[in-house]
Write a protein that binds this ligand. Structure first.
Ligand code: ZN
Ligand code: ZN
Length: 279
């Protein structure tokens, strides 16, 4: 949409009017809430419906076999925890926008400007945010696999040895902050990216997390260093593929794309996985 805005002046006019008519912090909050909720729940719902009512030929694209699929009780719990984590995100964002920022005006936050960013600026900022997110997520995730932290904060997410889309937000609130919130907002705030770029980046982040957990392999995007099997393998083996785009996994020797996930056995193998973690 915004790439088109380079050529369609109408979009610039509409956006300028939106900025003029809404206080910047309210606009930032509302836009972020709408993108988070719509992208996450629409993708989660599609995959939950596919799992429950999808035709048999769709099941051929399942990464792991039917005997390893999560129980309904765990799915119901995941829906509740995902909703609570989203509510937690919104509360933190309200606190950051309306309490912390007025108290610490040096925190300038994202740019809410009447001028839309150019396509080149969007691509530049998303590239750097993606690299920043990869670094923060990778090392935060490796830390969460240290036995003390794993037991307290990360084991909950790994209860899904066969992940589904809604499981991307099934985690302890501490993990939610460390893995899902900080790696997204820190690079965006350091770079002071445009709010529209941030919303586009957020949509991509949520879609990537949902697809990484969806349990289906519809497309092979391995040429771009990414495919759903990679994070699925992390849930299978615990000690590979800590990162998001494969870059730091390749550097640290934790990348595994060649082996298919194990298709038998259902036990929580975190102890086995942790013993193999290279520290
Ligand atoms: Zn996961
Ligand atoms: Zn993990």
């Amino acid at each position: 949409m915004v790439i088109l805005a380079d050529r369609v002046p109408y979009l610039h006019i509409v956006w300028a009017r939106i900025v003029q008519e809404h206080p910047p912090r309210t606009l930032e909050l509302m836009g972020s809430v709408v993108t988070q909720i719509t992208v996450f729940w629409s993708l989660s719902l599609v995959f939950l419906l596919l799992d429950s009512f999808g035709p048999s030929y769709v099941k051929r694209y399942k990464i792991q076999c039917s005997s390893r699929q999560p129980r309904r009780t765990l799915l119901r719990k995941a829906v509740l925890i995902a909703a609570l984590n989203q509510a937690f995100t919104i509360i933190l964002q309200i606190g950051q926008l309306f309490i912390v920022r007025p108290l610490v005006p040096q925190i300038t936050g994202l740019r809410v400007e009447p001028k839309l960013p150019s396509a080149a600026e969007i691509m530049h900022d998303i590239l750097w945010c993606t690299l920043g997110r990869e670094a923060l997520f990778y090392y935060g995730h490796r830390a969460l696999h240290l036995p003390w932290l794993y037991r307290r904060f990360h084991k909950q997410h790994h209860l899904f040895t066969t992940p589904v889309a809604v499981a991307s937000l099934y985690c302890h609130p501490v993990e939610h902050v460390v893995s899902n919130i900080l790696p997204v907002i820190i690079p965006a705030h350091i770079l002071r990216i445009h709010i529209v770029t941030f919303w586009l980046f957020s949509c991509g982040v949520i879609a990537q997390a949902s697809l990484a957990h969806c349990g289906y392999s519809f497309f092979d995007l391995s040429f771009a260093g990414w495919k759903p099997e990679v994070h699925d393998l992390h849930h299978e083996k615990f000690n590979v593929n800590y990162g998001l785009i494969g870059l730091l996994d390749a550097i640290h020797g934790t990348r595994d794309t060649g082996t298919r996930p194990l298709r038998t056995g259902t036990s929580d193998r975190q102890g086995q996985g942790l013993s193999k973690v290279k520290q």
